[in-house]
Design a binder for this molecule. Structure first.
Ligand code: 5GP
Length: 235
């Protein structure tokens, strides 16, 4: 499948037309950003790790009944995906306190919740992706009530399946961000990526961070952590 015109270049991926108008080619970059683009850098090999990890996780979820945009991995960095209109929401599920949750509520990292939490951010770089509630989402017509119900159900289903998947590989799924899209007929499917860029993943024995927090917080060993995740995911 040949790449056509580039349609979009984001912080971590480029998106190209494919030979099929219903499908796009996503190309994963090594560029890394954090804090709404304020911190920039490169994580060598990240594009390969994220491409392969996301594809394995999406295929796994698809088998478990969560529809995704994944079609076919083309090479180490490129994947064929279904074309969707992205719902402009970041859906964040948390099992353990960390990151902005800890900061916002003044609690330490590592509190294991009895039940997972779910929150939405409005995907809008100019506004810094503010938190948004379901009433505001509906008022702004970002998604309908029915779409939100579907998104919530899929997000928790993803949590149940991925918690198990990672636990079998000695990794604790702390939190993650999902994005959803609409197919031309309106069907909601999981889109974007699921990778160490978009999840917090801790080694189950040591709680060592194996995700983008190593880059965000200058913890060192960033490339090694990404490779470790790829090793475990392919186990
Ligand atoms: P937090 O809100 O604590 O910063 O992030 C919660 C989870 O969502 C983390 O796993 C984080 O990686 C992911 N996440 C939240 N916002 C973004 C974002 O804009 N980009 C990426 N790649 N991940 C995000």
């Amino acid at each position: 499948m040949n790449k056509g015109k580039m349609l979009y270049e984001g912080k971590a991926k480029k998106v190209f037309e494919s030979e099929n108008p219903d499908l796009l080619i996503v190309s994963y970059k090594d560029d890394a950003t954090a804090f709404n683009g304020e911190k920039k850098g490169t994580i060598v090999g990240k594009g390969v790790v994220n491409n392969k990890t996301s594809n394995l996780l999406m295929s796994y979820l698809e088998k478990k009944g969560v529809p995704t945009h994944f079609v076919e991995q083309l090479n180490d960095r490129e994947t064929l995906v279904k074309k969707v209109t992205i719902v402009p929401l970041e859906v964040i599920v948390r099992n353990i306190s960390a990151g902005s949750f800890s900061k916002r509520y003044g609690v330490e990292e590592g509190i294991v919740f009895d039940t997972p939490t779910l929150e939405f951010s409005y995907k809008n770089d100019a506004l810094g992706d503010p938190l948004i509630n379901e009433y505001h989402i509906i008022a702004l017509k970002l998604a309908t009530k029915a779409e939100l119900d579907t998104i919530r159900d899929y997000s928790f289903k993803v949590n149940e399946e991925l918690k198990k998947f990672w636990a079998e590989r000695g990794v604790t799924l702390v939190d993650y961000k999902l994005e959803f899209g609409r197919l031309p007929d309106g069907t909601i499917i999981l889109a974007d990526e699921i990778s160490p860029d978009t999840c917090r993943l801790w080694d189950s024995k040591t709680n060592k961070k194996l995700d983008k927090d190593r880059f965000r917080r200058d913890l060192g060993g960033v490339e090694e952590a990404y490779l470790e995740i790829l090793n475990r995911v392919t186990k």
